[in-house]
Design a protein around this ligand. Structure first.
Ligand code: MF3
Ligand code: CO
Length: 292
């Protein structure tokens, strides 16, 4: 590994203040054995310490409150700019900053993606929610420099049962991915049940847009696919944090980005797409859902 050599009695690289030999020495050796076997393994900067995790939990408190407030207010006839206003109000009143705003030039505080919009939908006064719509509201928050990120689907009024099923199955995909997330397993172990469950229901998973590490930055390594299989992709170890956020299409997995703004992503076949997102910490014995 290209990590700096640390003496056994030196302070651990994780910032715990403990001696290396009493902290992450055995952990590093274990990771090294996986690397020798040819696996992709996480670098140290992807391992969060307890102090950082606590700060990220504080950020997530705001993110969850934002989505709870949207859930309370969302209704037929509301426009998506009003959702953006709620996100701003709740986030700033709790001492946070909406992470999307100005992120790589993104012009709003939240993504609101309706029906065949796959992700990165722009809030707008012109997008008025109507009976039967489905919408993904994707909120991300910065608090004291720490990041949280999660999204939920909302069904507006009476949604066609076939479309409601897409929303529910996508939620089940995330739950199955969470259940399969374990320390000393692989991202592919998480991804396999996600895409299998979608495919068993006749749906497809978007391949070119995925999840990501998160916490110290909005988007960190690793990039997270939901199309890989058990044993593949990066090793998961305690202290890693990433999102489970598959985009599940009712029809073809093909998507395109609106060339007018280079952000809004749509299905090519015009059929609906659903997405739920949770932020997950890998712990010593399982997982902790940090934001949902
Ligand atoms: N919140 C999205 C995600 O889940 C990222 C959107 S990028 C933005 O990763 F700039 F549109 F916010
Ligand atoms: Co995300």
């Amino acid at each position: 590994m290209a990590e700096k050599k640390i003496g056994r009695n030196d302070p651990c690289w994780c910032g715990s203040g403990k001696k290396y030999k009493q902290c992450h020495e055995a952990f590093d050796k274990k990771i090294y054995r996986y690397a020798l076997e040819g696996h992709t393994v996480p670098t140290r900067n992807l391992i969060k310490n307890e102090e950082q995790i606590q700060k990220i939990r504080e950020s997530a408190k705001i993110n969850v409150a934002v989505l709870d407030a949207v859930a309370e207010a969302i209704h037929v006839g509301m426009n998506t700019k009003e959702i953006n206003d709620i996100v701003n109000d709740v986030t700033y009143s709790m001492g946070g900053i909406p992470a999307p705003l100005n992120y790589e030039g993104y012009p709003y505080s939240v993504c609101t993606s309706v029906n065949d919009q796959v992700c990165h939908g722009f809030p707008s006064e012109d997008v008025v929610l109507k009976d039967g719509d489905i919408i993904n509201v994707d909120a991300s928050t910065i608090k004291d420099g720490y990041f949280s990120d999660s999204s939920r689907m909302f069904c507006i009024g009476n949604v066609d049962p076939a479309v409601k099923k897409l929303v529910d199955v996508t939620h089940e995909c995330v739950e199955l991915g969470l259940k399969a997330t374990k320390p000393w397993s692989f991202l592919g172990d998480m991804a396999e049940p996600v895409h299998k469950h979608a495919e068993e229901n006749g749906y497809s998973v978007v391949q070119e847009i995925g999840g990501h590490g998160v916490g110290l930055e909005f988007h960190e390594e690793p990039w997270v696919s939901y199309c890989t299989n058990a044993g593949e992709d990066m090793l998961l170890v305690p202290g890693m944090m990433f999102t489970i956020e598959p985009m599940v299409n009712m029809g073809s997995p093909a998507v395109f980005t609106d060339p007018e703004n280079d952000w809004e992503v749509y299905t090519v076949d015009g059929r609906p797409s659903a997405q739920w997102e949770i932020q997950v910490l890998v712990t010593e014995d399982g997982t902790e859902v940090i934001s949902w």
